[in-house]
Ligand binder design. Structure first.
Ligand code: FAD
Ligand code: FES
Length: 266
């Protein structure tokens, strides 16, 4: 796909290590919640980011600062020019009437527009957002506003309930409160989400991250095993599609080698 120039119309610190950008592309970019774009900064690089709100004329991104590119994103100012390429990937598929929307940290990015879409269809949304502590709960207000019922968790108990989003999800499933689960966040969390959904036999879609270079199904960088490519067949997968893949097991870096577990992850 052709890169489209886009002007930064808003750039603000959302919470600790997280920045929200609002971009105005020169041409409309149609997208669905769960899809992603390639964001390019001239002279720097081009990286995948989930559509995190807005519409085809104004795109919102939620960026966690984890390395050189995302640090540069956080220094973008109103009036700067970037480019966007996309949309790419398979979006979330709305099913069911009572949805758990489960976000771990920046994993909230694609779930804010998903919650908005679900609400628009009359689906009851139970939002769950987790982070390490009170200062790292991105898009908290928006997800809360879009949820019929909202739960916060922090690992240190400084906001909401002490624990993990999956603790809340387990209770919701035990009480038969939801008929579909959507999730995005660290892979360890997604593995637990998938296990829980399977245990309670509830349909579940998760958004998976792999190293994306071309975004167009050409380079093979984002291979997940069993012939699946994250940029083409995902990033949103049904839980059962992930069986027998590298999901929850291996994650590769830019060179295709397994990533060092100690390195920070998005
Ligand atoms: C489909 C998809 C959607 C994403 N959506 C978001 C989002 O909405 N918000 C957000 O903050 N991040 C998102 N990411 C992750 C984001 O692309 C990386 O955090 C970013 O590229 C890191 O670049 P860096 O130079 O700052 O860090 P680096 O120092 O290069 O890397 C830090 C971490 O980011 C990972 N990473 C680096 N480059 C890529 C890449 N090209 N593809 C995937 N992972 C990479 C590395 O493996 C490492 O774990 C998404 C990734 C994918 C695949
Ligand atoms: S990023 Fe190139 S095939 Fe997916």
């Amino acid at each position: 796909m052709r890169p489209i120039p886009a002007r930064v119309v808003e750039s603000r610190e959302e919470c600790e290590r997280t920045h929200v950008l609002r971009l105005e592309p020169e041409e409309p970019v149609g997208w669905e919640p769960g899809q992603f774009l390639m964001l390019g900064i001239p002279g720097v690089d081009e990286k995948p980011m989930a559509f995190s709100g807005g519409d085809e004329r104004e795109i919102v991104l939620t960026v966690e600062v984890v390395g050189p590119f995302t640090e540069r994103c956080a220094r973008l100012e109103r009036g700067d020019w970037v480019w966007v390429r996309g949309p790419y990937g398979r979006p979330f598929e709305p099913v069911g009437n009572r949805a758990a929307v489960v976000a771990g940290g920046t994993g909230v990015a694609p779930l804010v527009p998903l919650a908005e879409r679900l609400r628009g269809r009359g689906v009851e949304v139970i939002g769950v957002l987790g982070g390490p502590h009170a200062e790292r709960l991105p898009r908290r207000r928006e997800l809360e506003r879009l949820s019929d019922e909202f739960h916060l968790t922090t690992e240190d108990g400084s906001a909401g309930r002490k624990g993990y989003p999956t603790d809340v999800l387990e209770e919701l499933l035990e009480e038969d409160r939801v008929d579909v689960v959507y999730a995005c966040g660290p892979e360890a969390m997604l593995v637990r989400v998938v296990k829980l959904a399977r245990r309670f036999d509830v349909p579940c879609q998760v958004s998976v991250v792999r190293y994306v270079k071309c975004g167009e199904g050409v380079c093979g960088s984002c291979a997940l095993g069993r012939g699946l490519l994250v940029c083409r067949d995902g990033p949103v997968f049904w839980a059962e599609e992930l069986e027998g893949t590298e999901f929850g097991d291996v994650r590769r870096d830019a060179s295709g080698l397994p990533e060092d577990e100690d390195r920070p992850r998005s």
